[in-house]
Write a protein that binds this ligand. Structure first.
Ligand SMILES: Nc1ncnc2c1ncn2[C@@H]1O[C@H](COP(=O)(O)OP(=O)(O)OP(=O)(O)O)[C@@H](O)[C@H]1O
Ligand SMILES: [Mg+2]
Length: 317
């Protein structure tokens, strides 16, 4: 059985004058995903999200949201979708609860009980009566998520929900997103340029660069391709020379204590045996999980250095 697609974009493209902000992007978010949408600043995340939500008109391509075509049926498509796009704006002099009440009123109203429930979910029940102007950045961000929950959504789209937060704030938002999925059964799409962030809560990711898709799929498929093994031995120099002489191994040194060796699963016990047989004392032989950061470099590294078209003109290339 194929999974139900909550969001599907087909060759979605946005051109601003001659600049391609989003280039033939095809994304598929399945029901139950916490889907990470990754890319560096200016990669085209917000533009994509705006097109998905019908806030920006695509140059070409298609968006299907909860089974509806956004061009033909935007209202039905958006009925059960909540979103924050970049920093959400609130009335500073009104309280968090009043802001939510006004926002709810604009889209047909919500029961008082539901607004309090939403405030509880995002952990703002206690401070709901305070004016937004005294809210911390993290509280505003959580109020933004509360606003995204107002339409009682099946799917929420959060554009950089942890941007600018401190580690504690990031943890709170991350826990909240997990609860939205686990306890409320929501499907979540969140964008980020913080790669390690996404690694901790997302099951699937898409990575874009210059508006183009570099990878889409599970996190496991992305991160476990080549294995780097950390190796701590005595007589490090000698061990380095020994292993470097094997063309099947890529050995690098990092600090005075350890070597990092790229190898396959089968090679790990062979390398261990070789070292022990040669009288080395092996203190540690541990496969390192590649971080998403390294993955990004691996995926983009094959291309030319990142030079913007304007810089190119200056340096004459
Ligand atoms: N309204 C606009 N007019 C012209 N160019 C735009 C417009 N909006 C975005 N762009 C350009 O499109 C590209 C993608 O921008 P976008 O905001 O989608 O990136 P992003 O991935 O969200 O970046 P960030 O991480 O900084 O939020 C950028 O080059 C940007 O300058
Ligand atoms: Mg953005």
């Amino acid at each position: 059985m194929t999974a139900e697609l909550v969001l599907q974009t087909e060759a979605l493209t946005k051109k601003y004058r001659r600049r391609l902000a989003v280039d033939q992007l095809s994304l598929a978010v399945e029901r139950g995903d916490v889907f990470g949408f990754l890319g560096q600043n200016g990669a085209g995340k917000s533009t994509t999200i705006r097109m998905v939500l019908g806030l920006v008109r695509p140059t070409s391509g298609r968006v299907r949201l909860l089974g509806h075509d956004m061009r033909r049926d935007a209202r039905r498509a958006l009925r059960r979708v909540g979103a924050i796009v970049e920093a959400p704006a609130f009335y500073e002099h009104f309280s968090g609860r009043e802001n939510l009440r006004m926002l709810a009123a604009m889209s047909g109203g919500a029961e008082r009980g539901y607004i309090d429930e939403v405030l509880g979910i995002v952990g703002l029940r206690e401070r709901a009566g305070d004016p937004v102007r005294v809210y911390s950045h993290g509280m505003r961000q959580r109020l933004g998520i509360a606003q995204a929950l107002l339409p009682d959504p099946e799917f929420i789209i959060l554009d950089e929900p942890t941007d600018g937060l401190d580690p504690q704030g990031i943890r709170e938002v991350r826990d909240l997103i997990r609860r939205l999925r686990d306890e409320m059964g929501l499907t979540v799409l969140l964008s980020s340029h913080l790669l390690h962030e996404v690694e901790q809560i997302c099951n699937r990711v898409a990575i874009i660069d210059y508006g183009r898709l570099l990878y889409q799929g599970t996190l496991e498929n992305l991160v476990t391709k080549d294995k780097t093994v950390k190796l701590t031995v005595d007589r490090l120099e000698e061990a380095f020379d020994l292993l470097s002489s094997d063309p099947a191994l890529a050995v690098s040194r990092n600090g005075l204590q350890s070597l990092y060796v790229k190898m396959s699963d089968e090679q790990i016990p062979q390398v261990n045996r070789l070292l022990v047989e040669r009288g080395f004392c092996v203190a540690e032989l541990s496969p390192q999980r590649e971080t998403l950061e390294q993955v990004f470099l691996r995926l983009t590294g094959a291309k030319a250095p990142r030079v913007s078209p304007i810089t190119k003109r200056f340096i004459g290339n």
